[in-house]
Design a binder for this molecule. Structure first.
Ligand code: ADP
Length: 191
């Protein structure tokens, strides 16, 4: 299985990605987590990424694409992966197409978590209290939602035209959403 999980900030991608990846026996690769780990370790990549992340902007493709290319070439991802947070722009879609094509692979599915806008801001503000992420302040959350709508939402139609989209309602309890995801993906992989 090579697949993506998409959805606006606060849709619960990270939480669900871990469980889904485990279910399919592939690594969950989160670009946000990789960036945050680099920020925490103070690597040059982290220093560069932090400037953008703290403002709710996307890290430049020149940084992000190479990072993903290296990560999916790693040994644990040769048989599959679940990408969380990449691609986020049309240029990244083309880049990922190239990476997969070079390796003779293709995507099996794009899982899209749908959520209600109002609920998202609330979830993110709550997460801010618990996790203390630097980009979970109200202004930055607003900006992240704007950037998502402008840059990333259009990707759903691109993948839909390829027949890859599996849309799942992301509202409700974590377990409830997880159940919907497994049902939808299992139905698809049995085809
Ligand atoms: P969110 O829940 O806000 O979607 P993520 O953990 O996925 O959070 O990402 C956090 C931040 O990391 C983003 O706001 C962005 O600055 C940066 N980032 C993650 N993935 C990408 C990407 N594919 N391209 C550019 N920037 C990215």
């Amino acid at each position: 299985m090579r697949f993506l999980i998409m959805g606006p900030p606060g849709a619960g991608k990270g939480t669900q990605a871990t469980a889904v990846a485990e279910h399919f026996g592939v690594p969950a690769i989160s670009t946000g987590d990789i960036f945050r780990a680099n920020v925490a370790q103070g690597t040059p990549l982290g220093v560069e990424a932090k400037r953008y992340m703290d403002a709710g902007e996307y890290v430049p493709d020149s940084v992000t694409n190479n990072m993903v290319r290296d990560r999916i070439a790693a040994g644990d991802a040769t048989d599959g992966f679940l990408l969380d947070g990449y691609p986020r722009t049309l240029a990244q879609v083309a880049e990922l197409d190239g990476m997969l094509n070079d390796a003779g692979h293709e995507l099996d599915a794009v899982l899209v978590l749908t959520v209600d806008r109002e609920a998202i801001v609330e979830r993110l503000l709550k997460r801010a209290e618990v996790e203390g992420r630097a980009d979970d302040t109200e202004d930055v959350i607003r900006r992240r939602l704007e950037v998502y709508a402008e840059e990333t939402e259009p990707l759903v139609s691109v993948y839909d035209e390829r027949g890859l989209v599996v849309a799942v309602d992301g509202m409700g309890e974590i377990d409830e959403v997880q159940g919907r995801i497994f049902a939808a993906l299992d139905a698809r992989t049995e085809d």
